[in-house]
Write a protein of this length. Sequence first.
Length: 867
Amino acid sequence: MRLILTSIFIIIGLVSFSQGAPTASNACNQAQNICNSIPVPFPLTTGASPNPVVPPSGSFSNPNTNPAGVNAGCLFAGELNPNWFVLNVTSNGQLEFQIGAPGGAGFFDWELWPYDPVTGCSDIQNNLVAPAACNWNASSAGFTGMSSSGPPPGGVAGNFQPSIPVLAGQAYILMFSNYSAQSGVVNLTFPNTGASIGCSGGTPDQTICSGDTAIVDLMLSSGWINATATWLVTNNVSDVTGITGVMVNPTDTTDYLVEIVDQGSVVDTIEFTINVVDQPSPNAGLDQSLCIGDPINLAGIASDISNTLLWTYSAAGILPAPTVNVVPNWSDPNAVVSVNQLGIYEFYFREGNSTCGDVYDTMMVSVEDLNIVASSINPSCQGVADGEIHITSLEADQYSFDGGITWQVDSFAVVFTAGTYTVCAKSPLGCEKCVDVDVINPPDVVISVSNDTLICENGTAYLSASAIGGTSFIYHWDHTTDTSANQVVNPLIPTTYTVYAENENGCLSAPLSIDVTLLPPLTGSISAWDTICPTYSTDISASVVGGLGAPYNFVWSSGDIHNGIGNHTINVDPSITTDYTLTITDGCESSPLVLTTNVAVSPLPVPQYTVLDPNQCEPAIFTIVNSTDPNMSQYNYWLINGNQEFLNEDTIVTDVLMAGLYDIQMIITSFEGCVDSLTFIDALNVRPKPIADFKHSPNPVMMFNTTVNFQNHSFYGDTYQWYFDGGFPDQSTNEDVDVNFPDGVTGTYDISLIVTSELGCIDTMEYQLIVFPEVIIYAPNTFTPDGDEFNQSWLIHMEGIDPYDFELLIFDRWGQIVWESHDITVPWDGMYKGKPLQEGMYNWIVRTKDILNDGKYTYTGNVTIIK
């Protein structure tokens, strides 16, 4: 018995797995619609009564006894703090749910009724609907619900009810009572082993036979108020807005979609499939006619091998009743049947399935009997198609001489060679029997011939033939019209002779052949034409094969003779080009082999050269050309001065050669390999180059002494050419020359001397003659630094001095230096320390040096400032 605690509250913390914010629904008409099977969190209410009020305990809607026959009754007195839920079932199965979690506290009572969205709450209040399940907790565990396999782990048996079976589309309303006034949030969860919960509608898939019609009833959610339907797939649908009794007859399996709209909004799209099963279409096969004892081969063809297949038969009218056996069984489409009575049998091939039922196809089989005898007449000759076969069968009206492939009405045929033939007879009803008959050849004509033979080239062969299989024979040879048994032949090449025999009846033997093989003719080789140089010798070799073989006889045009194996060599050293002939024979009729070769005697090459300029000045470079007869020069070698080598170059260019005489050595190899050499002594002449050089006096030349004598000091010169820039004369061909340059003028003059040797070699000397100035000074004695544009500064002018060794000092009358300069180009402006000096006379002194020999010079004077 449960103890109600009114003064003690146990607070527990519950974990919520929510679809959204937890919502309290403490009134029936505000019940929370559960739209999926994931955990639903809700807050535990306190201080509230059921609304509407659940009928008292013991009433029709709230009985004292549990509908499942286990645990206590439903909701007893004092049930408060409710939460209401609508459970919409979307799949067939067992309804299971859990409220709370293991390890909790509090009495969680509940009651579950079938639900109608229009009258559900009033039906409970007015005591008009019985509960589907309920539970009045036996323990304060904070964990209750329905389960198909007993309490879940952590659950108490007295707090859990057995699950109930439900169908898709049904709805139930659940009233939960927080009897112990617990606080917090708990979960309403649905185990995945039970039926699924949601707010959608549905309808089951159906399977129909092709051509039949399915009746579709859409199952709508109980949570919908005024639902309407629109069929999105309308193939063969009788009512595209229908909900119940809609007739659908698709020709193929079709997936259908129906859109559900409730209160202006699309609330669901119902999906289902109408599977269409093809009507069975069995084929028992073609009717058969066969003979007693032949197997009846059933060959049923099913439209779908997954259907149920079965053979049955009827032997009505056949007496006595036949024995019918089947292998392996009647359900095999390809079963084999045997019967023991003549007559007409009907075989039925049945194909069926649970959707469309059974369909049959019939095959008729006629079973007869037939007797057959066959005889033959042999052909005249082997291989001749004039043998005969005769068939005797009283019941038959058709005959076959090729094993039943073709048929005729005549019972005999005259077209056969020897062999075993299968012949058949067929009755009017189709019974067919066959037997084998032999057509036998007469004795064969067999020919034999003489053996194959081997003869020499130009030899004779003797051929012969004989035969059996007759009394007289003629012989047909392929090389002659003569039909005699013996033949004489003289073939020029290996030949095969074929012959066949013919007897008195015109029967022919198989052909036979006689091979007459000729020994090969004499063939051989001799050394190729050769070329030698004078005084050299060479070998000539020859070899031979074929004919009768060794010993061979060698006869040379040189007089040499040899008898023996198939090769021979002689050595020759002709002084002129000579042909050599060899004749070879064997000990048979073979044609002699004649071989010829040639030994040519090639002349020696004569080395020759051409040099473009054999006499040169140093440094000399010579271009030398091989002028040997080109038909006699294949390779060449040059040696210049004993150290410059060139190989296979027809034009060579030497290194630089200095003065002296040089030899040329040449080695020439002809195209035939003949070699000769020659050394040309002092072939190249290199003369020294002239050296231009001169001197002059006086040296140096001063501006007031400008007559200069030029002395020639050149070497190896033959002629001379002088050029004097600014002089008189300005050129000369004399060896020594006197030249006058402008007097009293300084300057620089270009002098050139070109020296030419007797070979025309030239050397040039270039020289710059400098006319130096004498030392001259000019110093003004007055200047006027008064600010006008004239004569504002004073400057000394000098020639012939070193400008870098110059000093100028200016003194006033008291001897004080008022100006000092080391640059001869800078003038004095009459200033001293930035101030103009007074009028008067000032003394100056210049110290400097000669530009040529550093001679020292000192000059003094005075200058007057006038303003």
